[in-house]
Design a protein around this ligand. Structure first.
Ligand code: CAA
Length: 421
């Protein structure tokens, strides 16, 4: 997997930003009259991050990116490409990325744009960045790729328990400190399907839920075949299989598909042999990296990279050069399967990739507060003035209302000295 002609390229820094409130799945289940086991075991979720009216894709993306740059000591002036992958833009025309560009003080020579393909946008940004570096056009500069989304299906819908919100920022560069990705292990897949979409007139996603699961699994088989081109033996060397995780149980379904592809036969989980084989593989390669997804919920395009953060936060010196598979799926649909390799220095950065302390400080919402927050979020883009303290947001960047049709942002608390836009 190494190529002596080119320096290794991949993920050099990673950080998460998440809303400051969550709803617990058992609380939601009780309110919806559903056994809580359906959400906690059937879907595998514990909590869902819920964005307040003063948090949006710009604030989440900026917070994640700022944390990635600061924690990993990356000079903002070294960023030559900024891509925000999102399906929750704040404007039909103006990209989230250009707000982030200003808020982070990135250089004017930095190419900046937004990518949209449901949950696949950031992965398109990641592979584009790898290509940009490999082509030589980057000339030593790095790319900043941010996956930022607020997943909204609406109250009392089947998708409601698969919501969430958050942003994962990644710095992509040569000699990466966390994960190398080799271009000849990347495979893509595209097919026009109506499994999940959001018409221009709707705040909420529409989904043909069970069909979307089928589409996801077909895309996994297709992208995997394109990536490995029959080289299934690589599976035996894997340290981890990371998947797009709209809800934790989806990774379980994905891994079963993966084993079916490896063994070229169906896996029948009703038979003791297949069940034992599957369980051993799932517990070793998949389950240990799903805790962040279980606590945050669906962050759409960032979900795969949340699982990657969970892996990196646990990394050990002995994992150097071990391979991991990554599968990204975006409804509609587009997908990529790729192999990564743990960088020898990754374990030294494990603590820097651990957002647990922040997650533990979030505010737990009652169902009444959750429903009020969703209603206020819906009205927020037309509000002239919003007070972040009304929503318990006292630090960082906040959306504070729209004046003259222009969104306003303000740094708060100890960040207040940062220039406002
Ligand atoms: N105890 C334990 N488990 C229970 C249970 C109980 N009391 N009751 C139900 N379950 C289990 C079910 O058996 C099922 O598990 P399996 O699929 O493993 O059999 C699970 O809980 C869910 O039950 P249902 O399928 O009956 O649930 P549902 O019909 O209400 O909807 C859903 C589930 C289709 C995922 C729905 O939440 C949805 O539409 N979500 C949005 C679409 C989505 O997330 N699609 C994923 C693929 S597309 C994608 O990945 C892109 C993206 O991010 C959107």
């Amino acid at each position: 997997m190494t190529d002596s002609h080119h320096p290794p390229v991949g993920i050099d820094a990673l950080a998460l930003a998440c809303p400051k409130a969550f709803i617990a799945m058992d609380t939601l289940a009780e309110a919806r009259g559903v056994p809580s086991a359906k959400y906690t075991q059937g879907l595998g979720q514990e909590k869902m991050a819920i964005a307040s009216p003063v948090e949006d894709t710009v604030t989440l993306a900026t917070a994640a990116a700022r944390r990635a740059l600061e924690t990993f000591d990356v000079d903002p002036q070294s960023i030559g490409t900024l891509i925000v992958g999102t399906e929750t833009g704040v404007d039909h025309s103006k990209p989230v990325a250009v707000y982030v560009h200003e808020l982070l003080g990135l250089p004017e020579r930095c190419r900046t744009f937004e990518t949209k393909h449901a949950c696949y946008g950031a992965s398109a940004g990641l592979t584009t960045s790898l290509d940009w570096i490999a082509s030589g056009r980057a000339r030593g500069q790095k790319a900043l790729v941010i996956a930022a989304d607020i997943a909204s299906y609406g109250l009392n819908t089947p998708g409601e328990p698969t919501q969430g919100a958050g942003a994962v920022a990644m710095v992509i560069g040569e000699h990466p400190r966390l994960l190398r990705i080799h271009p000849n292990t990347i495979g893509d897949y595209t097919r026009q399907v109506m499994d999940f979409w959001r018409p221009l007139y709707s705040k909420y996603a529409l989904a043909d839920g069970h069909y979307s699961i089928e589409c996801y699994l077909e895309a996994l088989a297709g992208a995997r075949a394109a990536a490995l081109d029959g080289g299934d033996e690589v599976f035996d060397e894997l340290l981890a299989c990371l998947y797009h995780v709209p809800f934790v149980k989806m990774a379980h379904k994905a891994h079963r598909k993966e084993l079916e592809c490896v063994h070229h036969r169906p896996f029948d989980l009703d038979t003791a042999d297949d069940q034992a084989r599957f369980d051993a593989s799932y517990q070793r390669l998949v389950a240990p990296w799903l805790s962040l997804n279980a606590q945050v919920g669906n962050i759409y395009t960032g979900s795969l990279y949340l699982a990657l953060m969970d892996l990196i936060r646990q990394s050990q010196a002995s994992w150097a050069d071990r391979r991991v598979s990554l599968f990204s799926y975006g409804s509609g649909c587009g997908a990529t399967y790729m192999l990564g390799q743990i960088a020898p220095s990754a374990h030294q950065w494990a603590g820097h990739c651990d957002p647990q302390a922040d997650l533990d400080q979030r505010r737990r919402l009652s169902v009444g507060e959750y429903e009020a927050m969703i209603a206020a979020f819906e009205r927020a883009e037309r509000a002239e003035k919003l007070d972040p303290s009304d929503w318990g947001v006292l630090e960082g960047l906040a959306y504070v209302g729209t004046q003259d049709h222009q969104r306003q942002y303000r740094w708060l608390g100890r960040d207040a000295l940062t220039p406002a836009v």
